[in-house]
Design a binder for this molecule. Structure first.
Ligand code: SIN
Length: 279
């Protein structure tokens, strides 16, 4: 297996392994180690059926719970992320987020397998929350360590949320629900359960406030942090190719899907790997 880390170590390409076959314990360990170290890993040229994709995902851990999006028929854990050439509704995953951070136990990993990739645009951008936290001054780090944020799916997935619109013009079936109004409290600085690293763990899509602060104070602090997290030093812009499989660590990375491919189709298959309660 050849692992080629990016120059700054955030992100790595992994080649020389066939993910459509059952992996040995040693291969799984190597992949997990690279994923923990580089946070975003991708495997070019992986032809995989739905069953093989499920087998790879399960080698990384049990399936996560994916609400508000309809899965593929007969494959309850695979969601097709699809956008048609003429589609004009908001992008799925277009706002920076960490997957399902509103859950009590958000997923450890997300896996995307690229099927149809437009000739331009459609990249995914990743933000390294460990670097974003490490670069804050000590006083801010200490202040954030003591704070918890409130997460909710309400902005995109409540019946009146931004993703609830679109109707027939949206090719993915989203399942908005009143349950999206529920809230979940999580530490703003998350300690990675496997590496011990601390990451800034808030995101513009699902983090709606700061526990113990007024709405205005919470919004001001969050906007400042979201601005900080957009610093190009923490960002990796990933270009997809058909049959490339990507996997990232939701415990320390947030991501956003990019547009820029009007007139072209984009299709990827997505699974999540179950996680644990942030601390
Ligand atoms: C997602 O947010 O899970 C999808 C990302 C993408 O489509 O690039």
């Amino acid at each position: 297996m050849n692992i080629t880390p990016h120059e700054n170590d955030f992100g790595a390409a992994i080649e020389g392994v066939d993910l459509s076959q059952a992996l040995s314990a040693e291969e799984i360990q190597q992949i997990r180690r690279a994923w923990l170290q580089h946070r975003v890993v991708y495997f070019p040229d992986q032809q995989m059926t739905h069953e093989q994709l499920e087998m790879f995902s399960q080698a990384m851990g049990p399936f996560g719970d994916d609400p508000y999006v309809q899965a593929i028929d007969g494959h309850a854990h695979i969601v097709e992320v699809r956008r048609e050439p003429e589609e004009d509704v908001p992008l799925f995953g277009g706002t920076w987020h960490s997957d399902w951070s509103f859950q009590q136990t958000p997923p450890n990993a997300t896996i995307l397998h690229a099927k149809i990739i437009p000739p331009v645009g459609g990249d995914t951008h990743y933000c390294d929350g460990v670097r974003a936290f490490a670069s804050l001054d000590t006083a801010t780090q200490q202040r954030l360590q003591d704070l918890s944020a409130i997460h909710s799916a309400r902005k995109p997935y409540s019946p009146e949320g931004v993703k609830a619109g679109g109707g027939d013009r949206r090719s993915m079936t989203l399942l908005p629900s009143d349950a999206a109004h529920n809230t979940q409290r999580h530490p703003m600085v998350r300690t990675h359960p496997e590496t011990g690293e601390r990451a800034l763990w808030v995101n513009p899509l699902y983090t709606i406030g700061v526990d113990g602060l007024s709405e205005a104070e919470g919004e001001a602090l969050l906007s400042e942090l979201f601005e900080h997290m957009k610093n190009p030093e923490f960002i990796y812009c990933h270009r997809w190719r058909p049959n490339m499989l990507g996997m990232w660590d939701n415990r320390c990375v947030m991501h956003s899907a990019q547009g820029g491919y009007a007139g072209h189709r984009r299709v990827l298959h997505r699974l999540t790997v179950a996680g644990s309660a942030p601390y």
